[in-house]
Design a binder for this molecule. Structure first.
Ligand code: NFS
Ligand code: SF4
Length: 653
């Protein structure tokens, strides 16, 4: 696979700040192995598509109408730029929502079959969470057996997906005033299947041609993701596999071990990974590994299921989305098992070059030329044991030189919203009051969710890290999920010691509690934990009546997935100012763009922002947080803190 000489070759230092990934990209280049970084350099994004100024919803087109003001050009059917952008946006949201809700529905089915005793390989791990979730949904629990409560909970949660009329169950957790706004706007979700079907229907040729109305449905669809599909995925996964509590864990490629059988699970649904944990702990399989000379079996995660296993069980994590090909270049990965979402087809070729055994496992996600071992929740070990056997076989026959970047970064992860409650409130009076108090007194200026992907369209990890450094320096507490969390973990900011990079106020809170200034909460579906934390802050009092009142903001600095847009839109519809990096699929100055970037806020929701530079992104977020503090009348408290600091300096001089 010699590289085409004419291809543009960017210096690796422009592509990533992840040293391990950079080292592997050098090696890949030496060995003529191509990755997404190379393909991105070779593929200029289509400028019309990038601005969402084209439509292929029927075959009188496809129509490219371009983005020239005053936007008079229309499609063959007459659709204008606002209709076309809104329809494209609605479909992106529907796709992202479908991914999260299909995942959630699958986990819920596993839960049902565990409760009914049909699946024996998993059990209910967190009964306390099961009971508190049931109570939060008004299910009576007194005098009932766990099984009975669990079945009732299943019946209620299933409505999240299948209900055709009414409101999804989790709206009970939404602050009343926020819910009132949604009701007024007619965007309370009915059920995921209904909303996604509606979204796809109304965006076909010749249906909804009013951008405001299309956007309303996009919000409704996104909300059924955040407060529906994703939230159920998180809550039920916690009940089945355990609710995260802080755990010290290592990330980066140095987690691979040259003298052990290395297995990576990469994907999104935790059940495959949970079964793999059981497989690699099986003495019979460990015996087989040692019999071929390995010291043991080393299981490592990547991407989102990896992030979930990291926060739940302290399983090491090798890297985020833009490192999934690079990690194979080590030659040390004996097998990689994948399930759904964010699995590059390019992995197949790289795995082939290094003799890594790559397996697809999910019936909806096969890959051309890649061996498929179907994962069945009723006999999960069949699949994961086979992957282990194959990995051992590959270890025995390793015939490629191995180069593992010796970089490991340790940090503390696993801050569920329940744990934040306990951590700040103490065992006996666990509540969000201390968090709110610290926001009100100005030690914590505000809260930011920094989440999302990495992409070859931005220098990997750089935008995440620069943004978060600036936020914490300005006393903004950062909550993290997904690939972003791994970027910060690699930068060493997920340790309590990282409080030294925070401003005085945030640092003092971190020191008192012993927490990092950056709290890792898990995978992308675990963004629902951030929604619940926001909801708790509103309910605790003192910070306004809706999520939109909170001094809070969100960001996905290096996003690339449709899922990220769905997440962004549910944060915006929940009232949060959400800034994306890289690019945004709209034409600036169109009515649709203005509605996303401002109009929605006037309706009582949040709004979008765009900034490619991390410092500009931080500025926008902090400005918004300060605006909210002012509206709450707590900006003066912060000035007092600054005056105290000045006083101290005076005393010192
Ligand atoms: Ni989220 Fe997870 Fe990563 Fe982006 Fe992909 S792994 S679901 S989509 S790339 S954060
Ligand atoms: Fe063109 Fe209209 Fe068909 Fe879209 S729906 S491809 S704008 S004719």
């Amino acid at each position: 696979m010699a590289k085409d000489e004419k291809k543009k070759v960017a210096p690796i230092s422009d592509l990533t700040i992840c040293e391990a990934t950079a080292q592997m990209l050098e090696k890949a280049r030496r060995e003529g192995v191509e990755t997404a970084f190379d393909r991105a350099a070779d593929m200029k994004p289509c400028p019309i598509g990038a601005e969402s100024a084209c439509c292929k919803h029927c075959f009188m087109g496809p129509c490219r109408i371009g983005s020239k003001a005053p936007y008079e050009k229309v499609g063959v059917c007459g659709a204008d730029i606002d209709t076309i952008q809104a329809r494209n946006f609605g479909r992106i949201v529907a796709a992202g929502t479908a991914a999260h809700t299909d995942h959630g529905m699958h986990i819920l089915e596993v839960f049902r079959d565990v409760v009914r005793g049909k699946i024996k390989d998993y059990q209910i791990k967190d009964e306390a969470k099961l009971i508190s979730l049931a109570q939060s949904l008004d299910i009576a629990v007194d005098g009932k057996e766990i099984k009975e409560i669990a079945l009732e909970l299943y019946e209620v949660l299933e409505k999240t997906y299948t209900q055709v009329e009414g409101e999804i169950p989790m709206v009970k957790r939404v602050p009343p005033k926020t819910l009132e706004t949604w009701r007024k706007l007619g965007i309370v979700p009915r059920g995921a299947m209904r909303e996604i079907m509606d979204m796809i229907h109304r965006t076909t040729m010749g249906v909804d041609q009013e951008y405001q109305n299309i956007l309303k449905q996009a919000s409704r669809t996104a909300l059924v993701d955040g407060w529906g599909g994703s939230m159920v995925a998180t809550e039920v996964s916690d009940i089945l596999f355990g609710t995260p509590v802080p755990v010290e864990v290592d990330v980066n490629m140095g987690c691979l071990k040259e003298d052990e059988v290395n297995i990576i699970i990469h994907g999104h649904e935790p059940n495959l990974f949970e079964s793999m944990v059981a497989s690699v702990s099986d003495p019979a399989l460990v015996g087989k590994a040692t019999a071929v000379g390995a010291k043991g079996i080393n299981l490592v995660g990547m991407c989102c299921s990896g992030a979930e296993m990291m926060v739940r069980h302290g399983i090491p994590h090798a890297g985020n989305f833009m490192s999934t090909e690079a990690v194979l270049v080590t030659g040390a990965v004996d097998a990689m098992g994948v399930d759904v979402q964010c699995i590059k087809q390019g992995l197949a070729k790289v795995a082939d070059c290094y003799g890594t055994k790559l397996f697809t496992t999910n019936p909806i996600a096969r890959m051309d030329g890649v061996e498929h071992i179907e994962f069945n929740d009723h006999e999960p070990r069949q699949c994961t044991d086979t992957i282990v056997e194959n990995a051992i076989d590959r270890y025995k026959n390793r015939n490629k030189p191995i180069e593992i970047p010796q970089i490991r970064n340790s940090g503390v992860h696993g801050f569920s919203h329940e744990y934040i409650n306990y951590m700040l409130g103490g065992t006996f009076r666990s509540s969000y009051t201390p968090l709110n108090d610290n926001v009100i007194n100005g030690r914590i200026r505000g809260v930011a969710g920094v989440v999302g992907c990495t992409t070859p369209r931005a220098k990997q990890d750089w935008v995440h890290v620069e943004l978060v450094k600036e936020l914490i320096k300005n006393d903004v507490l950062v909550l993290q999920t997904g690939c972003s969390q791994i970027s910060l973990a690699k930068a060493g900011l997920c340790t309590p010691e990282a409080a030294k990079y925070a401003g005085d106020g945030l640092a003092s809170v971190c020191d008192t509690v012993g927490m990092p200034p950056v709290l890792g909460m898990g995978s992308c579906v675990d963004n629902s934990r951030i929604l619940i934390a926001a909801s708790e802050m509103v309910k605790t009092g003192g910070l306004g009546e809706t999520i939109a009142d909170l001094p809070a903001a969100g960001a996905a600095p290096e996003w690339m997935s449709e899922k990220a847009i769905a997440i962004g839109q549910y944060f915006v519809a929940s009232g949060v100012f959400t800034v994306f990096g890289v690019m945004f699929p709209t034409v600036k100055d169109t009515r649709f763009h203005k509605m996303l970037f401002g109009g929605l806020e006037e309706m009582g929701l949040g709004k979008w922002g765009l900034a490619t530079d991390p410092h500009e992104m931080a500025r926008l977020m902090i400005e918004h947080i300060d605006k909210k503090r002012k509206a709450l009348g707590i900006d003066k408290a912060r000035e007092r803190v600054l005056a105290d600091m000045a006083d101290r300096r005076e005393i010192a001089s």
